[in-house]
Design a protein around this ligand. Sequence first.
Ligand code: PGA
Length: 254
Amino acid sequence: MRKKIVAGNWKMNMDYNEGLSLFSEVINMVKDEVTGSQQAVVCSPFIHLHSLTHLAKGYAKVAVGAQNAHQAESGAYTGEISARMINSVGAEYVILGHSERRQYFGEDNALLAKKTDTALANGLKPIFCIGETLDERNAEKHFDVIKSQLAEGVFHLDEAHFSKLVIAYEPVWAIGTGVTASSAQAQEIHAFIRQEIAAKYGQPVADGITILYGGSCNPKNAPELFAQPDIDGGLIGGASLKSRDFVDIVKVFN
Ligand code: PGA
């Protein structure tokens, strides 16, 4: 059985105190209400990470992640945060290649390949995001885009490292727009991703990789999406800022 994960991506929201309150609510609700073996992951801004990992200590159903990490180990990169720093405060995951990083910060597949290496070398589990834009889908290039994002971003890894990844399929046209991919559209791409992984690393590796769907996922549409055979959970933006909505999505796997 593949691990089921519902990861929240707070993006650049929540000041320190708001974030702590939200996370405390999430932890309490998960403790009381989550009965399955799924994991809730909260990817917060850097400033919250240390406090959140302390609140989550000893409680395996809730993990903490960052939203980005620098590709270098350390050095003269004013204002940046390294993978080692993130690991040192107890965070387990890091989102890499989110479409907002690709779009607004010019992150391309070659850079993301380096970031993935550095994150893995420092004990983090990357949640590696891929997905096509609306123009690419309209031009029927979505399979090609996904194929090259995988090939150039993560297929340089050896099997042991690749197996530590979580992949998140997030069609850019569905992020923050209220438009969700239909469960059939999402399943089609997830199956394609798994097929590409199988072709590269073999079926057992492909069968073990958790593949999340992201893009306007909410408590209403999550049950149908997560019922698809190749969708193993979600990467949740807007709905992760409300504890009730986020935990209701986590509970889809109860
Ligand atoms: P959204 O964001 O749920 O607000 O669409 C998803 C994401 O960007 O990860």
